[in-house]
Ligand binder design. Sequence first.
Ligand code: SAM
Length: 285
Amino acid sequence: MELTNIGTIKELFTRHGFSFTKSLGQNFLINPSVCPKIAEMGGAKKGTAAIEIGTGVGVLTKELAIRCDKVVAVEIDEGLKPILNETLEEFDNVEIVFGDVMETDLHKLISEKLSGFDEIIVCANLPYYITSPVIMKLLEERLPIRSVTVMVQKEAADRLCAKVGSRDSGAITVAVNYYAEPKMLFKVNRGSFMPAPNVDSAVIRLDVNTVPKYTPTDEKLFFRVVHAAFSQRRKQLINPVSSMLGIEKKALAEMLEASGIKPTARPEELKMEDFVALSNKLSEK
Ligand code: SAM
């Protein structure tokens, strides 16, 4: 069954009484070249297991199932169940868990369904409304995964893959770089989806660090500093960090200098090491 064919999808929807739920970010891929590319560039191959988030009609699930030994997918919309029973019928290595990925215990899912796999990858065409929370959940929970290859809005991809210390960077850039090495893979135009969204997309891959690359004394404080600093992205970070962390400006200026950072610096000028140095300095107080 050609799952990127508009006629096939419409026929499936009519027969199973399915209609799109916009609020669930249901923009399904209809460009036949995209899913094989996501699977290949995401590292899908024999000996690996894949986790997918959001199956839609199973267009990417199928490409993962062809290449990997096992696929476990989490899909929120139970209305897709009869469709997936049909579209993925030929694959005995696919298991679909119906539920909200944000509420899913992924450690448990991995230990129950993917134990024994040394290499686990995540591949998904993410629903736009929860792109950042899903990515951060995958990274923050320190799951035993090799990489996360996801389609996101082009603007989100630019931010996630920006260089820390550049004008395009933000709190999410620092957070992602803390856990992984982000890489922009390829752009996908809006016409590749049904229904077509109002924005273009891009596929990115995050290669998860197996050994922590940064080890601030107090990880929670590190993230508080990053979020405070970027709360006013184009302004000097001394003001929001001082007010949000409750530190006198004069004392903070001294700490910034002691960390090798200009007191007039804006957050987008700081490198990963600068954020670590500053939070370490703050944790001494
Ligand atoms: N993979 C399919 C494709 O490429 O055509 C569908 C991608 S579509 C952008 C996003 C999918 O995620 C939809 O199937 C939607 O129902 C599902 N979804 C939305 N929110 C979800 C959540 N919180 N947990 C799990 N799946 C979710």
